[in-house]
Design a protein around this ligand. Structure first.
Ligand code: SF4
Length: 247
């Protein structure tokens, strides 16, 4: 049976949004801000160009970033950038894309996977921009989340890279894996992971944190074969601490 002190602690965690109340157990994750700062500094030193990724969907007009980020679900930015020229030469504005036929858009984006749903989403998103926001990409998180195909990850990317606002942290597959391994979070719920990261990183780093974690995830902290012995943050990583005897 859980002791009264523990129950109180879990209750506090729940109120703080650090326990999702679902199948994941409550967890006493208290990564200190000072540790987060050391980890971020070490990763920035290791990947000085992480924030300048050449192959990213997060460059262009707000409309382009919105559409490309919707298309990037379950695929790579590189694959999306391949269809970018043909898509926007035919449909350069929300007006044009909102009037497109689904089958015509599918022909352009069929290499991306889930292309039927994605084609419908970017057409519907364009229609929403016209109907609700005067043809512009809206500037608040709440408004962005009303657009078809847009979840918090997409909204965070658009907010930071297209509109210059640090409202949250885009949690993609790399960010989720690193947050769990390093010890920032202990849940699969990406919204809780985002809140855990926001609690220890200063707001002015939120937008870039995703790119820095992506760089580390690609170069070192691979999903199947993390190169822990070469990792610049292994001394601060929970996964390394717990598994180093097996490495
Ligand atoms: S020590 Fe290993 S698991 Fe931890 S961040 Fe580095 S590569 Fe990833």
């Amino acid at each position: 049976m859980m002791a009264r002190g523990s129950r109180v602690a879990w209750s506090i965690l729940e109120r703080l949004g650090r326990f999702d109340g679902g199948s994941n157990p409550p967890y006493p994750i208290f990564m200190r801000k000072a540790d987060a700062a050391r980890i971020y500094a070490a990763l920035l030193e290791r990947y000085p160009d992480a924030r300048e990724r050449p192959e990213t969907v997060a460059r262009g007009t707000p409309f382009e970033v919105l559409v490309l980020t919707i298309l990037s679900a379950q695929t790579t930015d590189k694959a999306v950038l391949k269809v970018k020229p043909s898509l926007f030469s035919k449909y350069p504005t929300p007006e044009k894309l909102s009037k497109a036929k689904v089958a015509d858009v599918e022909k352009i984006i069929h290499s991306l996977g889930y292309y039927h749903a994605k084609a419908k989403n970017i057409i519907a998103a364009s229609q929403t921009l016209l109907d609700e926001f005067g043809g512009n990409v809206p500037g608040t998180m709440d408004e962005l989340l009303t657009i078809p195909g847009v979840g918090r990850k997409t909204a965070n990317i658009v907010m930071y890279h297209a509109l210059g606002k640090n409202e949250g942290i885009a949690v993609d597959t790399h960010v989720r894996r690193l947050a769990q391994r390093i010890g920032f979070s202990d849940t699969d719920n990406v919204e809780v992971i985002e809140r855990d990261l926001m609690a220890v990183f200063p707001r002015n780093e939120w937008g870039d944190l995703t790119d820095v974690f992506i760089a580390h995830g690609r170069a070192t902290c691979d999903a199947k074969k993390p190169l822990c012995t070469e990792c610049v943050i292994k001394g601060m990583c929970r996964w390394y601490r717990d598994n180093r005897a097996l490495i």
